[in-house]
Design a protein around this ligand. Structure first.
Ligand SMILES: NC(=O)c1ccc[n+]([C@@H]2O[C@H](COP(=O)([O-])OP(=O)(O)OC[C@H]3O[C@@H](n4cnc5c(N)ncnc54)[C@H](OP(=O)(O)O)[C@@H]3O)[C@@H](O)[C@H]2O)c1
Length: 436
């Protein structure tokens, strides 16, 4: 049997210790699949004395994480620290520069610096892999890179953040408001103490940008992802959606409009959406993730599973290591990095669809007429309009409407007409209705 693949692991938190446990528990399976043993040689974290529930005595402890990159006894550096820049990025650069393989679960870093790292990996002929960076244990990076490789994809979309999905599906189940369910998510360990990246949609945007690059063969363009989170979604919205036959989910959608990656325009968005009860994403509840890819020959594919957690994420990290051990790491973004297209950005105004729009308005005569006049003047056709009772202090009511299919630019124009109106007590919330 070939020589073992030797690892240095930076970061011994949830995922790092998960990887060590998996390599121990599934040693034989991994060795058979990899064609050789995969062995941890060196480890590093911030605090050496911390009890991590795993036996680290067999591994060399490295005080300076950066020293891992140049150790002669290491073939692959596994970065499980996190952070888009800082020590994780320094380690990535120096490991690849030294010709080591580099495996990471760090979506923030890949979304911001994936192109640079892929270029360095190509120059150094070093494997670079990040299956665990998107949707935890779901093999969606491999699925898009290899499984759908023969297809022109038109759309990739999904539920990419377990924290938001837990909060929204619990709001749906209990009728509670956002704040209460955020606290519940934090108590259960599904949300960080600082949940900003999750609830503002940034974490989902990181993952979407990576998936779009792989699925469409385009350079990552994280800055182009238009992103809004779930903080404005109220219990009333969820109840309203339910009455209309929908659930609310934070959905990341990347679509290639008017052509392929060479000629088309790429639109990347993360937004709360109304998902029809019969759509497969409606059944995705709790911290689960799901990704849908639509290929011209494959049709609609659904990838679903645990988007986080020590075991699922470790499963994805070790899958990358097995590929590297077999010498089958491949191009990290489906085609060689110098052949990735630079996609033009799509115009969201051109999107055709139906929208749910919720207004919080002053409870007085004429307000509804003002809103419907703005819709008419902007060319928005209203399918239904529901006014909810006086459930807010200060004489405010919630008015929700669903539009007929039309270009998004008309909805934007209608809201511009209403901007600054004293009738509106808060910014309107627009949630697109996901097509089938
Ligand atoms: N948790 C998940 O389910 C999940 C899923 C998918 C992807 N990821 C990604 O996986 C990565 C790791 O996540 P995690 O949940 O395992 O994080 P974590 O539990 O917070 O662990 C982070 C580890 O990095 C170490 N560390 C942090 N800053 C360091 C520094 N400056 N120098 C040296 N070590 C440092 C910490 O050391 P100490 O332990 O000594 O403090 C800790 O061991 C992140 O990129 C995350 O986005 C996580």
């Amino acid at each position: 049997m070939a020589e073992p693949l030797r690892l240095a692991i930076a970061g011994l938190g949830t995922v790092g210790t998960g990887v060590i446990r998996l390599l121990e528990a599934n040693r034989e399976v991994v060795e058979r699949r990899a064609g050789r043993a995969i062995e941890v040689v060196a480890v590093n974290a911030r605090e050496r004395g911390k009890d991590r529930g795993v036996d680290l005595s067999r591994f060399a402890w490295v005080d300076d994480m950066q020293a891992m990159a140049t150790r002669a006894d290491v073939d692959v550096v596994v970065e499980l620290v996190g952070g888009s820049d800082g020590p994780a990025l320094t380690l990535a650069r120096s490991a690849l520069d030294a010709g080591k393989g580099f495996v990471t679960a760090n979506k923030a870093m890949v979304a911001h610096h994936g192109m640079e790292l892929a270029e360095l990996a190509a120059i150094k002929s070093a494997p670079f892999a990040f299956e665990a960076a998107v949707a935890g244990g779901i093999p969606v990076v491999k699925g898009l890179r290899e499984g759908t490789a023969a297809n022109a994809l038109t759309r990739i979309y999904g539920i990419l953040n377990g924290t938001c999905n837990y909060i929204l599906s619990e709001m749906e189940r209990t009728g509670a408001d956002f704040g209460e369910m955020l606290s519940a998510a934090q108590e259960k360990g599904y949300a960080e103490a600082d949940p900003t990246f999750d609830i503002e949609g940034v974490d989902a945007a990181h993952k979407l940008a990576i998936l779009a690059a792989i699925g469409f063969g385009t350079r990552i363009d994280f800055e182009a992802v238009r992103c809004s989170g779930i903080t404005q979604v109220s219990a009333t919205d969820i109840a309203q959606a339910d009455a209309l036959g929908y659930v609310v989910r934070l959905v990341g959608i990347a679509s290639m409009e008017n052509g392929d990656e060479a000629t088309g325009r790429l639109l990347q968005r993360v937004r709360p959406c109304l998902v029809p009860f019969r759509h497969p994403l409606a059944a995705v509840t709790g911290p689960t993730n799901a990704v849908v890819a639509e290929g011209d020959f494959s049709g609609r594919l659904l990838f679903q599973g645990a988007g986080a957690g020590d075991k699922p994420t470790a499963s994805a990290v070790v899958a990358d290591l097995i590929d590297i051990a077999r010498g089958q790491a491949g191009a990290p973004f489906s085609v060689p990095v110098n052949q990735l297209a630079t996609a033009e950005q799509g115009d969201p105004g051109e999107r055709m669809g139906r929208d749910y729009i919720r207004f919080t308005v002053a409870d007085r005569p004429g307000v509804l007429a003002e809103i419907t006049a703005a819709m008419r003047d902007a060319g928005v056709s209203i399918e239904s309009l529901i006014q909810r009772g006086r459930d807010r202090d200060g004489g405010e009511v919630q008015v929700a409407m669903v539009t007929h299919e039309g270009p998004e630019r008309c909805v934007t124009a209608a809201l511009e007409l209403l901007e600054g109106s004293p009738s509106l007590a808060a910014d309107p919330l627009v949630m697109p209705i996901l097509g089938n």
